[in-house]
Design a protein around this ligand. Structure first.
Ligand code: PEP
Length: 256
């Protein structure tokens, strides 16, 4: 059996305020610690960037990790409005979400952009969560694996096996994000298995079977268990359901 620790991460996107972010972090911490929910599961939250500092403070010394939702590859300098991996590290982050479909859609993020960001995030000693996924149109025209394969190759093909050991992939079909429509466990498993087969082709069996591949797209407390029971689904990147302590903890429980 491959030794992959399930990984549940909350993507809070551009939601909550300082007080509600800190309150949610405290509640998640309490729930995880009280029930020992991080035993055998990695857990993290990715707040809005302006509240990362406060949330990291609330989670200091806990097993719940913190991430940012994006970072650019540049060293410090004249890049108005941006943050870089060194700043994320300085705030106490462990993870950086990269290539989320909302960034691809609204901020023109490209595979090449994701590639350079991934390299910079690894260089800083952080874990990139590299998001890939097809649109509904692409799925309906049978292009899912071509699109996802291009995204995976685009972000990862230049990495060494050592660097690959620090990568998390999140398969997030665009049509399932924030829509309430989840990929069926079979649809998700099929794509996850295809991504793992591609990783095997690119990096060999050892890397392919060790890489954590999260599913994301309307994961909720009531569908998490069946999705997570699929052999190639190693966790979840959770948007909407990560904004409420009960639903997020239920998903962590399902992973456990
Ligand atoms: C996401 O944004 O990564 C996501 C999966 O959102 P949701 O769970 O709300 O579909």
């Amino acid at each position: 059996m491959p030794d992959r620790t399930p990984f549940i991460a909350g993507n809070w996107k551009m939601n909550l305020r300082r007080a509600s972010s800190v309150a949610l972090a405290h509640a998640i911490r309490k729930g995880v610690e009280t029930e020992d929910l991080a035993k055998g599961v990695d857990v993290a939250v990715c707040p809005a960037p302006v509240y990362v500092d406060a949330v990291a403070e609330a989670l200091r010394g806990s097993v719940v990790g913190v991430g940012v939702q994006n970072a650019i590859e540049k060293a410090d300098g004249a890049f108005t409005g941006e943050i870089n991996p060194a700043m994320a590290l300085d705030l106490g982050c462990k993870y950086v979400i990269l290539g989320h479909s909302e960034r691809r859609q609204f901020f023109n993020e490209t595979d090449e952009g994701v590639r350079v960001k991934t390299a910079a995030v690894l260089e800083a000693g952080l874990v990139p969560i590299v998001c890939v996924g097809e649109t509904l149109e692409q799925r309906q025209s049978g292009q899912t694996m071509e699109v996802v394969g291009t995204q995976v190759r685009g972000a990862l093909s230049a990495l060494s096996p050592d660097q690959m050991a620090g990568i998390v992939i999140a398969y997030e079909p665009v049509w399932a994000i924030g829509t309430g429509v989840t990929a069926t466990p079979e649809q998700a498993q099929e794509t996850h298995a295809a991504i793992r087969a591609l990783l095997k082709e690119m990096f060999g069996d050892g890397i392919a079977s060790a890489t954590v591949i999260q599913y994301g797209g309307s994961v909720k407390a009531d569908n998490a268990a069946t999705l997570l029971s699929q052999p190639d689904i190693d966790g979840a990147l959770v948007g909407g359901a990560s904004l409420k302590v009960d639903s997020f903890l239920d998903i962590v429980r399902a992973a456990q």
